[in-house]
Design a protein around this ligand. Structure first.
Ligand SMILES: [Zn+2]
Length: 338
């Protein structure tokens, strides 16, 4: 009984504190798309997450509500979809690192360039993608780095309206890297990034060692690893940077800039041992893949489920249906969905 109440409260909290605020923000984005005349984007985002279905096995000890079905729009800037994508990326990298951490140590690298304005953001992102491709192939880096997970983040300076694109990168290196001749000093990382970007005015490269779990500061190490993963997995662009309350003109201006700059770009990627780990775990693509079953866990179909369906109306999620279904009914529902 206690577990059931806890699971119920957890679900209510999740809807109220996670889904609802993001869905509200999605409405602001939809309104901006509508003003900008992006009709199909408006329709997709406006209808995003208006339906959520959660399931919980009746007989299992595992009393956890899991999202089973939803109508997500997958728009790059959609706050609701970005939240799902972030959880998914976080989950995937954590799983991969669990698999490969016995063999490798990890470095957390942040590569920046000087801020740019709205007009040059698209080009700057292209240059950074090109620059990173060169950078990662430099002999010294190739020798030391066994794989990486890279993600772009773009923040906006509220005071002067400039954009700050940067790359977060988790690099897998051999365990003995820090005491080996492969070790790369901070200045060398910076010099190579300047060279790859053909820009000597770059002054910032942040490089940190993620402590591994194996050492005596176990707990602190695990925390340091988790926070590094959280940093790379977070939204490419935070919605507070482009959905400006009570300022539709500025909001539209930024939304216009960002949707043009991000159009068709792949913002996260795996390589080397990260990619191998991903394949081994059979993880799907987080940019184009499933945003519903993000924890890679599927519900079994041979038990009965409690089902709760929520709909978004008048600015809040409302419970519209609650029932128990057996496996036979579930099969029917699933075939109808298809
Ligand atoms: Zn969405």
């Amino acid at each position: 009984m206690k577990e059931i109440i806890e699971a119920d409260n957890e679900l209510k909290e999740e809807i109220l504190k996670k889904f609802s605020p993001k869905r509200e923000a999605s409405e602001l984005l939809a309104a901006s798309y509508e003003r900008l005349g992006y009709e199909s984007k408006y329709e997709r985002v406006n209808g995003c997450g208006t339906f959520l279905e959660f399931r919980q096995p009746v007989s299992d000890n595992d009393k956890k509500w899991r999202l089973h079905s939803a109508n997500f729009c997958r728009d790059r800037l959609c706050p609701l979809c970005s939240m799902r994508r972030t959880y998914k990326i976080f989950g995937q990298i954590s799983q991969i690192m669990n698999v490969i951490e016995d063999k490798y140590a990890f470095i957390f690298l942040t590569l920046t360039v000087p801020n740019c304005d709205a007009e040059t953001l698209y080009k700057t992102l292209n240059n950074m993608q090109e620059g990173f491709r060169k950078f990662i192939k430099y002999k010294q880096i190739k020798r030391a780095v066994k794989g990486n997970f890279k993600s772009f983040e773009i923040t906006r300076n509220k005071k002067n309206g400039t954009y700050h694109p940067h790359i977060h990168d988790i690099l897998a290196v051999n365990k003995n890297y820090f005491n080996s001749r492969d070790y790369i000093k901070r200045d060398d990382w910076l010099k190579m990034w300047q060279k790859a970007m053909k820009n000597p005015s770059i002054t910032q490269v942040d490089v940190r060692k993620c402590k591994s779990k194996g050492n005596k500061e176990g707990e602190a190490a695990a925390k340091s690893l988790r926070s590094a993963v959280a940093e790379v997995a977070k939204y490419s662009v935070k919605s507070v940077d482009y959905l400006i309350p009570n300022d539709p003109v500025l909001t539209d201006d930024i939304v216009f800039t960002l949707s043009a700059a991000l159009n068709g770009k792949r913002l996260c990627s795996f390589s080397g041992v990260f990619e191998e780990g991903r394949k081994k775990l059979k993880l799907d693509d987080f940019e184009n893949g499933d945003l519903i079953h993000i924890d890679n866990e599927r519900l079994r179909s041979d038990v009965a489920y409690m089902i709760r369906r929520y709909s978004w109306s008048c600015g809040a999620y409302k419970l519209t249906e609650q029932k128990i279904e057996t496996s036979v009914e579930i099969e029917l529902i699933e075939s109808e969905d298809i």
